[in-house]
Ligand binder design. Sequence first.
Ligand code: GLU
Length: 472
Amino acid sequence: MKNNNRVRVRFAPSPTGHLHIGGARTALFNYLFARNLKGTFILRIEDTDRERSTQEYTDFILKGMEWLGMEWDEGPFHQTERMDIYREHVEKLLKEGKAYRCYCLPEELETRRKALLAAGKKPKYDGKCRTMDSGLGTEDQKPYCIRFKAPQEGNLTFNDICRGEITFNREELDDMIIARTDGSPTYNFTVVVDDVTMKITHVIRGDDHLNNTPRQIQLYEALNYPIPHFAHLPMILGPDKQKLSKRHGAVSVIEYKTYGFLPEAMLNYLARLGWSHGDQEIFTKEELVQFFDLNVVGKSPSVFDIEKCKWVNHQHMMKLTHAELFHATKPYLEEMGLEIDLEANGFAVKAVCSERERAKTLKELAEISAFYFREEPVWDEKAVEKWLNDEGKQRLNALKDSFANLKIWDEASIQTAFKEIQEKLGIKKMVDLAQPCRVALTGTTTSPGIFEVLAILGKEKVLKRFDRALAF
Ligand code: GLU
C-alpha cells in the first residue's frame, strides 16, 4: 500500500502547440500542489492526435518546463507508447458488457441526428447498437467503433476544488466512442485509463475540460477506480477580457525568456494568476511551494497583464546580487554583438548594474547599458545637435582638460572637478554641463547619474570618447 494516499498529479499537455501561458500556469499549479504536499508530479504527453502532434512542440514544452524549473518526478510518458494499455481496457469494458460495438455508419448517424433535431430533441447517439448482441458473428465483418455504455439514470455530482459542487444529468451524456473504427482510442478514454493506471489522485486542469469531466467520471465508475479530486482552473484573459490568445502577444512561455524575463519572476507571476497569499506579491520559488493552497483558487478568471509581469520581473532583478544580475544579462548583450570582457576591476558588472533601476527586463537592461561596451555610441542625432554644438564642445574641452589632470578617479573627485569647471565657466544649471558630457559618453541624453557613469567608464575611456565627440 506504499504511497497509496500520497498525492499524485499530472500535467498532460497535447503537443499540438507551444507551452503557452495557460498551459504553464496549469503545470505550475500541479507542480506546486505536489511539492507542497510532498507528492509526485508526472508529465504526460498526450500525443494521440498524430496529425497535429509534433516532436518539435514536445521539445518546446519540455524546454519551457525546464526553463521555468518545474522538474517532474515521473515521465515524460507518451500516450502513443501506451496503445496496448488502452486496448486492454477497451477489451475489459467489452467483456464486462460496459462497452459495445457500434456498426452505425456516419451517413446513418447524420440522418438520425437530423431527425432528432427536427423533432426538437437533443442530438445524441440514439443507442441503436446498444442493445444489439454485437459481441460476435457476421456483423464483425463490417467496420465498427466501440462505444461506452453510459449509465443513463440519475444525476452525477462531483465537488470541484475551484468551482464547488457541480451536477450533471446522466441522461444528457451519450454513449461516447472510446475506440474509433481504426481501433485508435479517443481522448476521454485515454485520459481516464492513464489517470487510473498512473494512480492520479487530483486532476488539476483548465476549465475548458469541465464538460469532459462527467463523461470521464462515468468511465472511472465503470473501471471501478476511485474518482480523483478535480480542480478546474479558471480561465486567463487578455487585457480586453477575451480569452488569452495569440492576439495578446507572446504565444509560448519560452518567448518570455527571449524578452528578458527571469524564470523565477515568470513563476511568481504565473502563480498569481488565480492564486494569492494575503497581500504578498513577490515570492521565491520556495515560498510558492510553502504557501501554495489549491483551496484558495476560485472560479473567477484572471487577467494577464504584461505591465504587472514586468514589474514582478523588475522586483526579482533587484533581488539578485550584482554579479548574478550581470551574468543573467550577459547573453542579451552578446546577442547584440557586444563582446563582454570581464575586466579585473569589475567594470562590466558595475556598468550593467548602474542601470538596473531603470530596466524591467534583462533585455532592456542590456539595451540601456550597451553604451558602456560599444566602441562608438549609437548617436541620437537630436541630442548631438542640441548638446554638441560649439558651445557644448567648449564646455566638453574644459572638462577634458580638468579630467586629464585628475590623479584619483572616483565619483567624489570627478564631482569636485566638474563643479569647479561649472563655476569657472559661469554655468548656472548643472544640466548645461552634464548633457554635453552625457551625449559624448553615451550618445543620448538619458543615463544613470553622470558622475557614476564617468567613474565606471574610467578615465581612459572617458577621454577617448570626449576626443571623438570633439572631432564630430
Ligand atoms: N491534453 C489535454 C490538453 O492539453 C489535457 C487533458 C487533461 O488535463 O485532462 O488540453
